[in-house]
Write a protein that binds this ligand. Structure first.
Ligand code: BGC
Length: 245
């Protein structure tokens, strides 16, 4: 089975058709930068452009960086505030003319990593963190993915993602070591309440794990995402084929 996976991020929207048996992209992914003012209508236009590029008419899975309840988008921390309260499934289905399944972007990445990547075959409690514009999070236990919002835990009076996301490292001009140490403090706080056995780090920085992993010092085994930055696309595609989607 093949579905189209689309990952809506803070800076770009990426998509590709995915073979759900293997988790491999069936074509080179298309990446389109998000305009400065990405209203729901402008974002839906880009999503439609991606579907058209692949001449797609089948099911589409979309990962969105916010809380999703059913077909509704409840939060939009790093995208346009007009997304809040919007029926995302309706919006993207109308734009693409395809059947759409919507989920949180980090939950999508977790689904992909557990099925095809770093968590494959793992049945215990895993925590996936994606470090990008914000911090995405999901807990997984025996294959069930639970989307979380751990990037918004308070740290020094603000959301933790303002200090320890990949974007925050650049914005604050931190070295890999300084950032890794701070990330370590955050990860240990999460471990204190969640006690994962495995931590998977995703997002673009997962490719640079050698530069900062040694400073994090978690209790659990920590590994970089195997599907790297493509986990969001692959997981969104897999979500479109879930029976309840
Ligand atoms: C959002 C999450 C999202 C994460 C990564 C956060 O700001 O609230 O829903 O998963 O960013 O994109």
């Amino acid at each position: 089975m093949k579905t189209l996976g689309i990952d809506i991020g803070g800076s770009a929207i990426k998509g590709a058709p995915v073979d759900l048996k293997t988790g491999w992209l069936l074509a080179e992914r298309l990446r389109i930068e998000i305009p400065k003012i990405a209203t729901p209508a402008a974002t839906a236009k880009i999503v439609a452009q991606i579907a058209q590029h692949f001449k797609w008419h089948g099911p589409v899975g979309i990962g969105f960086p916010g809380v999703i309840h059913g077909s509704r988008i409840l939060t939009s921390a790093n995208l346009h505030p007009k997304f809040v309260g919007c029926d995302g499934v309706k919006l993207f289905a109308a734009a693409t003319g395809c059947r759409v399944a919507l989920t949180n972007d980090a939950a999508a990445a977790a689904l992909a990593e557990m099925r095809y990547g770093a968590g494959r075959g793992f049945q215990g409690k895993a925590l996936l963190l994606t470090l990008g514009t914000g911090i995405g999070s999901a807990l997984v236990f025996r294959g069930s993915v639970v989307p979380c919002e751990l990037g918004h835990l308070p740290m020094r009076g603000r959301d933790a993602e303002r200090f320890v996301s990949a974007l925050a490292r650049k914005r604050r001009g931190l070295s890999w070591e300084e950032w890794g140490v701070e990330l370590g403090g955050y990860v240990r706080m999460l471990e204190h309440i969640l006690w994962p056995e495995l931590i998977i780090i995703g997002g673009g920085v997962s490719a640079k794990s050698r530069r900062f992993f040694r400073f994090v010092k978690p209790r659990a085994r920590m590994v970089p995402a195997k599907l790297r930055n493509e986990a969001g696309i692959v997981g969104a595609a897999a979500w479109a084929a879930e029976p309840l989607a």
